[in-house]
Write a protein that binds this ligand. Structure first.
Ligand code: SF4
Ligand code: SF4
Length: 743
């Protein structure tokens, strides 16, 4: 497309009072010979937008630079179809964070306009990716338990065809064992309605059910998944748009518990799950001889919140024990029922169930020290009662019920990540790749992905594959595959049903965005995708290994095989590629390099150092905006370039900037490590690893290593922004000017 640029500067929101807009316009008109440069007092209003649209119609403007507020606001207002649009943030990051009428404030705004012009000159309008294969809107739900059944029904109600795969011979999952449930509004326990749900699923014409079946193979990506289902020795293939992984959970093996819990010492010591299985609608009796139960102790947190067993809380056991205690009391009001707990966790209205159990005479003992003693037929529990400060003995027990926890199905199967790494070593690439953090990949046979990065979504903390972040619920590290229910985190009935609906909505979002060639969260709607100049590829494998979403496969010669519908447009591959042959139409190594080069670097004697800030657009850039929004003033030497992810950072930008006389480079990215906040999972960590190599560049230029610095920030850290920028500026001032100035 032949570009015709138009620059539009807003004077509203205090911009016109703080800046000399005539002078600013000259950056476009005089320096860059852009004939169309207009100023308006309210560019986001109808009149302002019509001004731009008028120029599109009459002047053929198709590349629009809006110098006004942050690109994080008014994005729908300044969205002109078929046009390249770039936003110059002279409101939040210039006039709201710098003193008005100041020479440095003016220089900052002018630099940002120069950088935007360089950017627009280097970019092209993205064309959405359309897969060659037939596009599917069908949703695969793996798991026919409560979550899977609910996801299937919700997806079907929304008008999507569902393929439901359950490995057991009947639907219902663990809930088939559960006669009565405790669920909202928690006033009482109720009969389970799982059979009605199963019936609804099997009767629904939009839902194709496979029982006694497994997913043998999953190829492709969102919109074009090809899923092979194995059932009774035969295989069926389905084209699938997105996947809900509701594979469920398994009980923690009680044999692994510490001896003090007495599991195995008496048949009358059982787990909460065995309670459901044994007494599914039947009379609750003593397992050893079937006699009535009169004295029962429940022990909470058996092997849970325990670093040697399950370090997490399974969230359902307190409510389950309350329900089971009520069931016993209902059966025999004279029974003595005790619940020994560390903390009772009954959030929200589940507290009502707690009260109900108390009213029915269940006795609660808070204790951090408990021991089950079994001697032949005699069963007792001794606990140090925290309230009384003394040991209490509960003897002549008929039943002890241990509240053991839930383990996601994704936790089973060997971790094959090391095996995969060994294969890399055999391929002779170990030196380059060994510093790259490896995900734990278990061969748990849920999806059997034909992905270069392993057969299942990576197991994250405690083997749950979910992202663990409130802003990305359901997301696994494989695009278009959403975890729901207890495979995502331990949860009860009500939460599992909500989860199912949420995950299937994410699957639908994914299908609809992908059908338009657009990215899903967090760059939802982005139409760009990475393009590879394969002639110069050295098959180094960096892109295929570093892509956090497993979007790039490899052929047998290690050539990258991109799957654009799996791509999240983070640019990590672009930052990884040593040959710099990966780029997006609107984001490339050259484009960011041109932006950095557009910054005017004053001579040394002007005493105006320049600091280039590469800021992650997900948290750091919004934090800078927030600082401006709160009118926090910060150093005027900084020039910010937003990056899709710090993982897309290419070291050449730092080398080029420093060799042009930029005095310091600051990277602002998300927290990495176990508690990472990086929206692209490993990007921030990879940037940090790459930064380790920057010392070579600095040595070559004979520059101080302190000129390059990495800081992690989240959006809520915005009060720290002035301090971070000012401190770095102070450090640069102390080091002195970059000797390359003026070269
Ligand atoms: S690294 Fe990011 S941009 Fe590159 S292919 Fe993977 S998801 Fe897409
Ligand atoms: S990182 Fe670049 S050179 Fe290496 S395999 Fe990927 S595309 Fe080829």
């Amino acid at each position: 497309m032949e570009k015709k640029l138009g620059v539009y500067i807003c004077s509203g929101c205090g911009i016109g009072d703080a800046l000399d807009l005539e002078q600013l316009s000259k950056v476009a008109t005089d320096e860059n010979s852009i004939p169309i440069c207009k100023t308006h007092s309210n560019l986001c209003g109808k009149e302002g937008v019509d001004l731009i649209k008028g120029d599109m119609d009459s002047e053929g403007v198709n590349s629009i630079i809006v110098a006004a507020c942050s690109p994080r606001v008014m994005y729908d207002v300044f969205d002109f179809e078929g046009c390249i649009v770039d936003r110059v943030n002279i409101r939040e990051q210039v006039v709201w964070s710098q003193p008005p009428g100041d020479e440095n404030t003016q220089m900052m705004a002018e630099d940002y306009l120069r950088m935007s012009i360089a950017k627009v000159n280097a970019m092209e309008l993205p064309e959405p990716y359309k897969p060659e294969e037939e596009f599917s809107r069908d949703i695969l739900v793996v798991g026919g338990g409560l979550t899977g059944l609910t996801a299937a029904i919700e997806g079907a109600k929304a008008g999507y065809n569902i393929v439901l795969v359950e490995k057991e011979s009947e639907l219902g999952g663990f809930q088939k064992n559960v006669k009565q449930i405790a669920t909202f509004p928690y006033k009482d326990i109720q009969e389970s309605d799982i059979d009605a749900l199963i019936n609804e699923v099997t009767q629904n014409e939009r839902i194709k059910v496979y029982t006694g079946a497994t997913v043998e193979k999953t190829e492709g990506g969102p919109g074009v998944f090809k899923v092979t289902i194995k059932q009774n020795g035969s295989s069926a293939e389905h084209r699938i748009g997105a996947i809900v992984m509701a594979a469920g959970w398994a009980p923690y093996e009680p044999e692994k518990l510490d001896e003090k819990y007495g599991y195995g010492a008496s048949p009358n010591v059982i787990t909460n799950f065995q309670f459901e299985q044994n007494f599914n609608g039947d009379k609750i009796t003593r397992p050893s001889d079937g006699s009535p139960v009169n004295n029962v102790v429940f022990i909470q947190c058996a092997g849970q919140r325990d670093p040697d067993h399950l370090p997490y809380c399974s969230s359902v056991c307190c409510i389950t024990s309350l329900k089971q205690a009520i069931q016993i009391k209902r059966q025999n009001p004279d029974s003595a029922v005790f619940i020994v707990f560390q903390e009772m966790r009954t959030p929200g209205q589940a507290e009502d169930l707690y009260r109900k159990a108390q009213e029915m005479g269940v006795v609660f003992i808070r204790s951090q020290s408990v021991e089950v003693k079994a001697n032949g037929d005699l069963l007792s529990v001794e606990a140090l009662d925290e309230l009384l400060g003394e040991n209490v003995l509960m003897d002549n027990l008929d039943l002890v019920v241990l509240a053991t926890g839930m383990v996601p199905v994704s936790a089973f199967g060997p971790d094959i990540s090391q095996e995969m790494k060994e294969e890399e070593k055999e391929a002779g690439k170990e030196e380059e790749l060994e510093e790259i953090p490896t995900d734990i990949i278990r061969r748990s046979n849920i999806l059997n992905l034909e992905y270069r990065q392993g057969p299942e979504p990576p197991a994250l903390r405690y083997d749950f594959p979910d992202s663990h972040f409130i802003c990305f619920p359901y997301e696994t590290r494989r695009t278009g595959i959403y975890a729901a229910g207890c495979v995502r985190r331990p949860m009860g009935v009500a939460s599992a049903q909500e989860d199912a609906a949420g995950a299937v909505m994410k699957a639908i979002q994914c299908i609809e965005l992908t059908s338009k060639g657009a990215a899903v969260h967090p760059r939802a709607g982005d139409l760009s995708f990475p393009e590879f100049q394969m002639q110069r590829c050295t098959q180094c494998k960096r892109c295929t290994v570093e892509c956090p979403f497993g979007a790039i496969n490899e052929d047998e010669k290690a050539n990258p095989l991109p799957n654009p519908t799996r791509c999240r447009r983070c640019g990590v591959c672009m930052g990884a590629c040593p040959e710099r042959i990966i780029s997006f139409k609107n984001y490339s190594v050259a484009m960011i390099g041109d932006m950095a080069k557009a910054i005017e670097v004053p001579e040394e004697d002007e005493e105006k150092p320049r600091i280039l800030v590469f800021a992650c657009e997900n948290d750091a850039y919004p934090a800078l905006d927030m600082a401006g929004l709160h009118r926090m003033k910060y150093n005027a030497w900084v020039r910010v370039i937003p990056l899709r992810c710090l993982g897309s950072m290419n070291l050449i930008w730092i080398a080029d900037a420093l060799s042009r006389g930029i005095d310091g480079v600051l990277l602002l990215g998300c927290k990495h490590g176990d508690d990472y906040q990086c929206h692209f999972v490993k990007g921030s960590e990879l940037a940090n690893i790459r930064l380790g190599k920057v010392s070579e560049t600095l040595d070559r230029l004979a520059l101080e290593s302190e000129r390059v610095h990495f800081e992690t920030v989240s959006i809520i850290d915005y009060p720290r922004i002035p301090e971070i920028l000012d401190d770095f500026a102070k450090r640069i001032d102390e080091i002195g000017p970059n000797p390359f100035k003026g070269w």
